[in-house]
Ligand binder design. Structure first.
Ligand code: HEC
Length: 143
């Protein structure tokens, strides 16, 4: 009898320890599924870090007089198609962003349509607002 009690206590203690280890790792028993938009924004964050930060900066504020801001940007919000077009094919010449003029050049970054949708979703959802950009929408925008 004594041994059975000890065994039960020992089992209870080990399972407790296991629970603690799991919660420390932060792994929930059932992983929370991301929506397609959340998954796209997550991918877009990495694409932004690799392709956009050199000019638009990590915080999206840009560089006054040289690189326009994306955080926030009235141009991006009001000219959705032109913005996707700009990232897909490049943009040059005078534009006005948040009341400030920019007359510079952004070359095409060579991203594929899915990457463009993802990076646009990151900049729109993180710093502005708007509908989800889909790969079909990017594909349909011609030069
Ligand atoms: C080499 C510098 C450079 C890089 C890298 C770059 N851009 Fe730009 N971007 C510019 C410049 C310069 C303009 C303004 C062009 C003009 O004056 O016509 C611009 C304009 C824009 C605009 C429209 C204006 C605004 O502020 O809303 C968007 C949207 C944009 N870029 C998004 C991006 C995204 C997304 C990336 C990364 C995938 C990126 N850019 C990478 C330089 C850059």
């Amino acid at each position: 009898m004594k041994y059975i009690i000890i065994l039960i206590v020992a089992m209870a203690l080990t399972s407790c320890g296991e629970q603690k280890r799991e919660s420390k790792l932060g792994a929930p028993a059932t992983p929370v599924a991301q929506t397609p938009l959340e998954a796209s924004v997550t991918r877009g964050k990495a694409i932004y870090a690799d392709n956009c930060v050199t000019c638009h900066m990590t915080n999206g504020k840009g560089v006054p007089g040289a690189f326009p801001p994306l955080n926030p940007s009235d141009w991006l919000t009001n000219k959705r198609i032109e913005s996707i077009h700009a990232v897909k094919y490049g943009l040059k010449g005078l534009i006005e962003v948040n009341g400030q003029p920019y007359d510079n050049i952004m070359l095409s970054l060579g991203l594929d349509d899915q990457e463009i949708a993802d990076v646009m979703n990151y900049t729109i959802q993180n710093w502005n607002s708007g509908e989800m950009v889909t790969v079909e929408e990017v594909k349909a925008i011609e030069k």
